[in-house]
Design a protein around this ligand. Structure first.
Ligand code: SAH
Ligand code: SF4
Length: 430
């Protein structure tokens, strides 16, 4: 979501005559788009601000804007701890940046935490995406109504808002015209999407997918993040019938133990989650899964953690993310008794990551020797190489000229790498 918002900020600023520079010393304006989801991310903002303070005294005396969820949650504290910041602005108010920059002479420092998601989305991307983009995120939703007991997002991003279908399609068209071949629809719970179409009817996520996937020029559609609660018939139908819809879903489980899921205020049981996975596998047998897990949630015992491990083993993920529980100010879980000691969190994280890494390797190993379709996105790390992704979101590296970027080609997978695959172009099967 922040990657999307950051590009939007660039687009808004380009319209006011700014351009992106390659080194900090050349900048007359810095925008820090921040994340508050775990403590480490928040701390990073303050250390970055410390570094920027030094540049502030340089000859360009750059202006500094802090936005994102840290701005929304800790606006006044940001101003107190870093008085050299010029503008603190919440993530729903990004469209106001040009106005606030204009007024800065009179109104500094500026704190702007009021904005509405509807206003924010009225402002579409007008300035071009960075050169050569093959894939793009497209936000269809802002905020979240779930209030999981550990999470700051509903507090910083506000209530769930679904963008009208026409505005989503307009942005998709703009991306396609710039050469984008793959769109990832993003939001906190995309499959809870409920947005208006041109006739005023409310549409669910499956319906939105049926409108976006067939757009001429689009080769692939993905979405993230989805919620296990909303795997409904309409979404299953989309997976069964839309060839552009990638058979890869990020479906965060968070934990495998029912008492912990309940304490997390996640509205499903382990059995519900496994049933959702089964339904998706039934309509699309080659579907692969990714997930998020939190270890060391307050009250999590070794037995609870074992339930998470057994869930992971029964699903078998293509890849997944795991985090140590991080108590966030203002969330109910932060004041629960039975906080798990750091050492136990670390130990559980290591065990979980070990299994997830092996599952990713096993999943990737199955592709070796096969010919898979890869959409090439960017140059590789070594010269003469380019990288792209399979339908299952595996990263593939091949030797090929840069002109191939933007094409979707059949590739024979020849080698398993630690987190990716090496392949070679197989024109004969094209
Ligand atoms: N809306 C998405 C995820 C948003 S946050 C969903 O519900 O799945 C991304 C991930 O960060 C979450 O899935 C969760 O695993 C993790 N996360 C959120 N709050 C956290 C916290 N307090 N400590 C550790 N991880 C957290
Ligand atoms: Fe946070 Fe839960 Fe909402 Fe995801 S569903 S953003 S984890 S509150």
């Amino acid at each position: 979501m922040n990657v999307y918002d950051s590009l939007k900020i660039v687009s808004i600023l380009q319209e006011c005559g700014y351009r992106v520079v390659d080194v900090p010393e050349k900048a007359c304006l810095f925008v820090l788009n921040t994340c508050h989801v775990r403590k480490k991310a928040t701390e990073k903002v303050f250390s970055d601000l410390g570094r920027l303070r030094l540049l502030k005294t340089g000859h360009l005396a750059p202006k500094i804007i802090v936005t994102g969820c840290v701005a929304q949650a800790l606006g006044v504290e940001v101003q107190r701890r870093a008085p050299w910041v010029d503008i603190v602005i919440g993530p729903q108010a990004l469209h106001k940046i040009p106005l606030l920059l204009e007024d800065l002479e009179q109104k500094r420092p500026c704190l702007c935490l009021e904005g509405s998601a509807a206003e924010k989305f009225k402002k579409s991307f007008h300035a071009p995406l960075p050169e050569g983009r093959v894939t793009a995120f497209l936000a269809i939703q802002e905020g979240c109504d779930y209030f999981c007991s550990y999470c700051v997002v509903p507090h910083t991003r506000g209530r769930e808002f679904s963008r009208p279908i026409e505005s989503i399609l307009e942005e998709a068209h703009a991306f396609i015209q710039q050469g984008v071949k793959e769109i990832t629809l993003i939001g906190q719970n995309v499959n809870a999407y409920c947005g208006m179409d041109a006739t005023g009817a409310m549409c669910d996520f499956g319906t939105l997918l049926r409108r976006v996937a067939p757009l001429p020029g689009i080769l692939r559609v993905r979405y993230t993040t989805s919620h296990p609660r909303h795997i409904n018939e309409s979404l299953l139908h989309a997976h069964a019938t839309l060839p552009q819809l990638a058979p890869f879903i990020h479906l965060p489980a968070q934990a495998g133990s029912d008492p912990i899921l309940k304490a997390m205020n996640r509205p499903y049981t382990r059995a519900d989650y496994l049933m959702a996975i089964d339904k998706l596998r039934t309509v699309r047998p080659d579907i692969a899964f990714s997930s998020d897990f939190i270890v060391g949630f307050p009250g999590e015992t070794e037995e609870d953690f074992q339930e998470t491990l057994s869930l992971v083993k029964s699903v078998t993920y293509a890849q997944a993310y795991a985090f140590k529980y991080s108590p966030r100010p203002g969330t109910p879980a932060a004041s629960l008794p039975d906080q798990v000691p750091e050492s136990a969190k670390e130990e559980r994280l290591a065990r979980l990551l070990d299994i997830l890494r092996k599952q990713q390797q096993d999943f990737n190993r199955q592709s070796v020797g096969k010919v898979v379709s890869v959409l090439f996105e960017k140059p590789g790390r070594h010269s003469g190489e380019i990288t792209g992704r399979t339908l299952h979101f595996q990263s593939v590296i091949i030797k090929a000229p840069q002109s191939v970027i933007g094409s979707c080609l059949p590739v024979r997978i020849i080698e398993l790498l630690p987190y990716s695959l090496r392949g070679e172009y197989t024109p004969s099967t094209a």
